[in-house]
Design a protein. Structure first.
Length: 262
């Protein structure tokens, strides 16, 4: 049976929620990725990981909209960006609908860094206002941790991103068009700055990181390695998310009992 919410019937969704009320929301963006990767790279990657996670965790994948918060890429054509407020509201209303039908646990699988702040705000509201147990998995960072040492790190439109979409969307990948990669040292330096916990530089646009809009070396990417990376990332997310949900059940369940006793 499909794990995709929009491919299931109402009775199938009800049965799924009765068995395991977990929904998985893939989050990405529509933004330029050079001449060799499609604008939907981030949402395609999030979808592939989410469906693999759903199989491992017995969940349903929601139809996460393709758009995200990506003003940094707007100087290049083919980018579409939502405001943080609009994006948060779309995420909240999508997930609240499932909560009204019985979904109790929400796993957000995000591939786009620009969504992080908005997703944290939306997740907080989904938990505090609507009672959902929420875990956010930054799938792009999980991929970087597992595969970065072998792929030149997490670069924009580089090997990791090519690997993430080759298995399911290989017809949209054009490695023969790879050209004009920006200088890697500059890209790595700026990405390292913005990914630290202590300091967060606010950048005007992607050209601050990569003047051509992308950097890295996607040429070594293959379908086989892409399948393995998706499997590795999904396995790591499923394992950690399962443990975190169990811990949340224990902690928040105990807190609820204490409040009721008072």
């Amino acid at each position: 049976m499909s794990r995709y919410f929009i491919e299931l019937t109402q009775p199938e969704i009800k049965a799924q929620f009765d068995r395991h009320p977990l929904v998985i929301l893939p989050c990405g963006s529509v933004e330029q990725h050079g001449a060799h990767l499609p604008t939907g790279t981030d949402i395609f990657a999030a979808n592939s990981v989410s469906h693999a996670v759903a199989e491992k965790m017995d969940g349903v994948v929601l139809p996460g909209g393709p758009l995200g918060v990506t003003p940094m890429h707007m100087p290049f054509e083919a980018t579409i960006s939502l405001s943080p407020e609009t994006y948060q509201q779309v995420v909240i209303e999508t997930c609240v609908s499932t909560a009204q039908h019985g979904a109790k646990k929400l796993l957000i699988v995000n591939w786009h860094e620009g969504n992080i702040a908005s997703l944290q705000i939306a997740a907080e509201k989904l938990h505090r206002t609507y009672g959902m147990s929420v875990v956010i998995a930054q799938a792009c960072y999980v991929a970087e941790e597992l595969w970065g040492p072998y792929c030149g790190g997490l670069t924009h439109a580089g090997e990791i991103e090519a690997l993430s979409i080759l298995p399911d969307h290989g017809h949209l990948v054009h490695l023969e068009r790879v050209e004009r990669s920006s200088e890697k040292r500059r890209g790595e330096h700026m990405d390292k700055l913005r990914r630290t916990r202590a300091f967060v530089p606010i950048l005007t646009d992607i050209r601050s990181i990569a003047p051509t809009g992308w950097y890295g070396d996607p040429a070594p990417a293959t379908v086989e390695r892409g399948r393995q990376m998706i499997e590795d990332v999904a396995g790591a997310i499923a394992k950690e998310a399962t443990a975190i949900f169990a811990q949340l059940d224990r902690i928040q369940g105990a807190a609820a009992k204490d409040l009721a006793a008072e």
